[in-house]
Design a protein. Sequence first.
Length: 237
Amino acid sequence: MSKLFQARFFTTVNNLDCLPQGPLREVAFAGRSNAGKSSAINVLCNQKRLAFASKTPGRTQHINYFGLFAKEDLLGYLVDLPGYGYAAVNHETRYHWNSLVSDYLQQRNALVGMILIIDSRRGMTDLDEQMIQWFVPTGKPIHLLLSKCDKLNKSECRHTLEAVEKRLAELADSVANFPAPNQQLSAQLFSSTKRVGLEEADKIIINWLFDAPTQRNASAQPNVLTLLNAPTQTEEN
Ligand SMILES: Nc1nc2c(ncn2[C@@H]2O[C@H](COP(=O)(O)OP(=O)(O)O)[C@@H](O)[C@H]2O)c(=O)[nH]1
Ligand SMILES: [Mg+2]
């Protein structure tokens, strides 16, 4: 049984001052709205409705924490970040999202790795690359789940994975000091509905939370304004 199975909703925050304090580690899930983030958290935790708390109106722009428990002992957290890519959000909302997420990714010491969910039919977008670029300077690991791969046939799956890996390699070439020595930057196919790739993703998350030595890079610079003019894309599923 995975250590993720006893996850429970823990708290929701809209301000970095309110993040849980203490020594426990956390892994963040990021991705476009509708990419399949909540479904991935649910299936990895072997639960049906855990992460749909984030769909509650008013909470979609919040950071949602799920506590991982062994009986009553709290062991760590999974963190559901607010999704991005809505066409309809106003400037104020986008500014809030932008500073909340970029500051969180770049400054949160308890954060030990980022799972980035990317719809395998859509591939990597500019906003996904922005997330990677924010997180890269921390030296912490990044793992991509190419979600909804049940919608693709075998050869489409292979091509998608290859294209994403190629793009990651290009990014690595174009960004200075990226990846840092030993910095994990990996991708896999994933399907919540068909339960594809669960074991591989679970292993990575558990390793980051409970086994791996932490990576920390004090020189990470906040980069709050980069996304303000970034294009948004219309919502579709
Ligand atoms: N076919 C398929 N649909 C999925 C999968 N994961 C999520 N979805 C659907 O995609 C939509 C968005 O999923 P959700 O998890 O709420 O995305 P979020 O906005 O990123 O949290 C929902 O209608 C899900 O049922 C998957 O693995 N396969
Ligand atoms: Mg969600």
